[in-house]
Design a protein around this ligand. Structure first.
Ligand code: NAP
Ligand code: MG
Length: 477
């Protein structure tokens, strides 16, 4: 095929089967989940609504495959992950089309972020598997890093492939086997990923996929006694429940939860750049980013200037072009509810609002919304909205800024901008949060990612991410 006449939709595939033990097999139950394109609101595919029976089959397959995979030399595991990376790169268009269709991501963003980022992360773990020191000598002991065992991975829809790869790649590099339950809204890219692992020659049972609903398939996976570790990304409400279940069973757990990150613009910083990058950070992926800097903190003297700059920057996010829809109708209602709440609590909308964007009656769009005069205690300054909504908060001095930045239950990410880098770093060190970008520092796929406080437990990515899937054994001589 020369590709010229082929529409992106033709690249999107759905499979009416679960991937278990190296085979696509029919699900145990008859339930199905419709996959909907958030741009067109049309059903684009159907996948099985998996049950506890499917989960049990998948966990058995993962257990059976564990001894062989754990004993495979790390460099060999790395070589397979390298082949996976290459296949992901070769199937870039297919992956991007799939994420664009099921998440509603604009095509350019689907390719550059939703596809290229997880491909790079996969490549990073392929290299880590080959290069990591799984053994060290400590005095008269030889200390071995061994795989934790069978991993139950539960992922959300907002970065549907990245979040799968951020768990599967380190788990497989470590020698663990995996059962994945992806989000019900975005199961197609998870199916495509399973097909890629299969094509790369991953042994049967090392990776298994069960599509289904959270409270059914997800819960069965989290509770399964054959699962040694649960790795979850999603809402704090569900994460709390999963943490309690895992704790009761004395299972290892990793939780990547929500955030309400602060973008702190210190006096003297390049305000225009800080606001522009900050708005892009929030509105990318339609605000559906757990690490988004959804609170912009500006000193009183330059507050009005910041509001103006934010309004101008937001205007570039035209719904239906650069700004995609949110994932589903329920999420749109949730975001609009927060916008109403912001107004009711006394914040001022300078741009955006709850109406459908002009000319977009179809699609789950929310207008890019900027709130000014936001008090740090307001609901829109405390809770994760997960839509294209940003709050501008005024501070009086640095201590006030720090108190506001640290004044939520979350601590996932953040930004600090300052004329003096040392001053920005000193401020960042006082923030209760897992990642801070200094003066627009780039995302680093090898840097540990994860939360302080209620943003989670554990770290993903890089060597720290690999360590989550390893346990240590000491032999004394
Ligand atoms: P969610 O319910 O926490 O979903 C995350 C994953 O957990 C999905 O695979 C989900 O399945 C599954 N799940 C749901 N209930 C479960 C249960 N009782 N036991 C085991 N697994 C379960 O999040 P959501 O409903 O998609 O989004 C709600 C809010 O969570 C968002 O508005 C946002 O604030 C937050 N969120 C945060 C992140 C993040 O990266 N930190 C990502 C997504 C959402 P289903 O797909 O079937 O629900
Ligand atoms: Mg849910």
């Amino acid at each position: 095929m020369d590709g010229t006449a082929q529409g992106a939709q033709d690249l999107v595939t759905s499979r009416d089967a679960q991937y278990i033990g190296g085979k696509w097999r029919p699900a145990a139950g008859g339930g199905r989940i419709d996959v909907v394109d958030p741009v067109t609101e049309k059903v684009i595919g159907q996948v099985p609504a998996g049950t506890a029976e499917d989960v049990d089959e998948a966990v058995r397959a993962a257990r059976a495959a564990l001894p062989g995979w754990a004993a495979t030399p790390p460099a060999e595991r790395g070589a397979i992950l390298g082949a996976v990376r290459d296949l992901m790169a070769a199937r870039r268009e297919e992956i991007a089309a799939t994420v664009a269709a099921e998440l509603g991501a604009p095509p350019a963003f689907a390719a550059a972020v939703h596809t290229d980022m997880p491909t790079a992360v996969m490549g990073g773990f392929a290299a880590l598997a080959a290069g990591h020191a799984f053994e060290e000598q400590v005095g008269n002991s030889r200390v071995f890093q061994e795989p934790v065992g069978v991993v139950g991975a539960i992922t959300p829809w907002n970065y549907p492939l990245h979040q799968v790869v951020a768990k599967a790649a380190p788990a497989l590099a470590a020698g663990c086997t995996v059962v994945l339950k992806p989000a019900e809204d975005t199961p197609l890219v998870a199916q495509l990923f399973a097909a890629i692992l299969d094509e790369a020659g991953l042994p049967a049972g090392v990776f298994n996929l069960v599509t289904g609903l959270g409270p059914v398939a997800g819960q069965a996976l989290a509770e399964h006694p054959g699962v040694d570790m649960v790795s979850f990304t999603g809402s704090t409400a569900v994460g709390r429940q999963i943490g309690a279940t895992a704790g009761a069973a004395v299972k290892r757990v990793a939780l990547e939860l929500g955030g309400k990150s602060a973008n702190v613009i210190l006096p003297g910083a390049d305000l225009a750049r800080a606001v522009n990058v900050g708005i892009a950070n929030v509105f990318a992926n339609s605000g559906q980013t757990c690490s988004a800097w959804t609170r912009i903190l500006v000193d009183s003297a330059r507050y009005d200037e910041a509001v103006e700059a934010a309004t101008a920057a937001a205007a570039k996010y035209v719904p239906g072009e650069r700004l995609g829809p949110v994932v589903n109708a329920k999420q749109r209602e949730r975001v609009r509810g927060y916008i109403r709440r912001g107004t009711a609590e006394g914040a001022r909308i300078v741009v955006g609002g709850t109406d459908a964007p002009d000319g977009l009656e179809t699609g789950y769009y929310v207008r890019p919304t900027v709130f000014a005069d936001v008090d740090p205690g307001m609901t829109i300054a405390q809770e994760e909205i997960f839509g294209p909504v940003v709050a501008l908060i005024r501070y009086e001095d640095e201590d006030d800024a720090l108190r506001i930045a640290n004044g939520t239950v979350y601590g996932l990410a953040g930004a600090v901008w300052g004329a003096d880098e040392a001053e920005a770093v000193a401020f960042a060190r006082r923030m209760d949060t897992g990642q801070v970008d200094i003066n627009g520092g780039r995302f680093n796929p090898l840097a540990p990612f994860g939360g302080y406080k209620q943003s989670g437990v554990g770290r993903e990515l890089g060597a720290h991410g690999l360590a989550e899937y390893l346990q240590t054994k000491s032999l004394q001589f």
